[in-house]
Design a protein around this ligand. Structure first.
Ligand code: MG
Length: 382
């Protein structure tokens, strides 16, 4: 089965009072949108994911999706319904069997819910996450109750909403120009059966500042297992005219010798992250004996470590790298290194520290025979 997911994040919604749309505001140190992208990405039943975005915010999107290996984003439309339709049209060439349509502002879609929706599609062309209404529901006019409704048949619709691909695309084409409230409504009007699948109260949509605080609290409480890992690495100087340090190429009278690009800072940091999640070391994943990694850019190693954290539904709270060398001088490159590491890890630059020290001309670093680096990573796990 080719199951694709569309994450609709094209809204300009600035109701939260920030300068950018809410899906790009930070939650747990990464853009809100990233949480649902990561959750969908981690489910083995999902073949590919595309976000539907407003191209005006492409740069913010790229930060939110950094390293996740998604399909290219699809440009949204004027209203949410147009965005969903554009998304479906944009997936058509991939010949999907089924499609999940999910709101970019629902960060807590979980693995089991995705599985329940997939199962429901075996017997129904549509299935949506929904929660039964527990409170008594009143109809009221002018501040007075006019009727008490039978809540036993009432549900609150959430996303993901999942469908067989061809019928939902046809339904959306037929509904173009109408103003329907969700994709299930589009399906219902086209005559498609839509199954109700139990969602969860945790799968709430972030709309108000209160929602964002609630999401921060939930995240903190479900990532309360705080781990620290450390890494250390050394590479020797050798012939060359530049070297890589923390992902930035620096002109220098010598290069660094190594099987990969010999970025000693990123190697130490990769090991620190792997250490924090108890996932071995850099040599385990990228053995120097494997010719595949000859000259490899070390950001790939670091990103792999970050992906392993994401797979465990963890978050990188902070990283701190110390480069130990007499030369090159690190100060002039520190901001670029910080930005680069933040970009590779998909976290805010404020969570990245790059420092440098010398060994007062003592030892191999003092004699400028090589560069050493140490790193500490703090990771939050569920
Ligand atoms: Mg190394």
């Amino acid at each position: 089965m080719r199951n694709f997911a569309l994450v609709v994040a094209a809204g300009k919604g600035t109701r939260l009072g920030a300068a950018m749309p809410k899906q790009y505001l930070p939650l747990g140190g990464v853009p809100l949108l990233r949480h649902s992208l990561v959750a969908l990405k981690a489910h083995p039943g999902i073949t590919g994911i595309a976000a539907v975005i407003n191209p005006e915010f492409l740069e913010e999107y790229e930060k939110a999706a950094a390293g996740l290996d998604l399909l290219p984003p699809i440009a949204g439309g004027a209203a949410r319904q147009d965005s969903a339709r554009n998304g479906l049209e944009g997936l058509q060439h991939l010949d999907p069997d089924r499609v999940f349509i999910h709101d970019g502002a629902r960060p807590f879609v979980d693995h089991d819910l995705i599985g329940r929706l997939l199962s429901a599609l075996d017997t129904s062309p549509g299935a949506i996450a929904a929660v039964p209404i527990r409170d008594t529901v009143k109809r009221g006019i002018g501040g007075r109750v006019t009727e008490t409704l039978d809540r036993s048949a009432l549900w609150r619709a959430q996303t993901p909403q999942a469908f067989h691909f061809k019928p939902i695309l046809e339904a959306h084409r037929a509904a173009a120009g109408q103003d329907l409230t969700d994709d299930a409504d589009v399906a219902e009007r086209f005559g498609l059966a839509v199954a109700l699948v139990e969602g969860s109260e945790e799968n709430f949509k972030v709309t108000t500042p209160e929602d964002l605080s609630r999401a921060e609290l939930k995240l903190a409480s479900c990532q309360a297992d705080i781990r620290t890992g450390m890494g250390f690495d050394v590479h020797a100087f050798g012939p060359g005219s530049s070297l890589f340090l923390c992902g930035v190429e620096i002109a220098h009278a010598q290069g660094l010798v190594g099987h990969s690009d010999a970025d000693v800072g990123l190697h130490a940091l990769t090991d620190a992250i792997l250490g924090a999640i108890g996932a071995g070391d850099i040599g385990f994943y990228f053995p120097p004996s494997d010719p595949k990694w000859r000259g490899a850019p070390s950001w790939k190693f670091l990103r792999h470590a970050a992906d392993l954290v994401a797979e465990r539904h963890g978050a990188i709270a902070h990283v701190d790298v110390t480069l130990i060398c007499e030369r090159p001088k690190i100060g002039p490159h520190r901001d670029a290194m910080t930005a680069r590491v933040a970009d590779i890890l998909g976290i805010a630059p404020g969570r990245v520290s790059i420092k440098a020290t010398t060994t007062e001309k003592l030892g191999f670093t003092g004699r400028e025979e090589g560069i050493a680096a140490q790193a500490v990573a703090t990771i939050r796990l569920p």
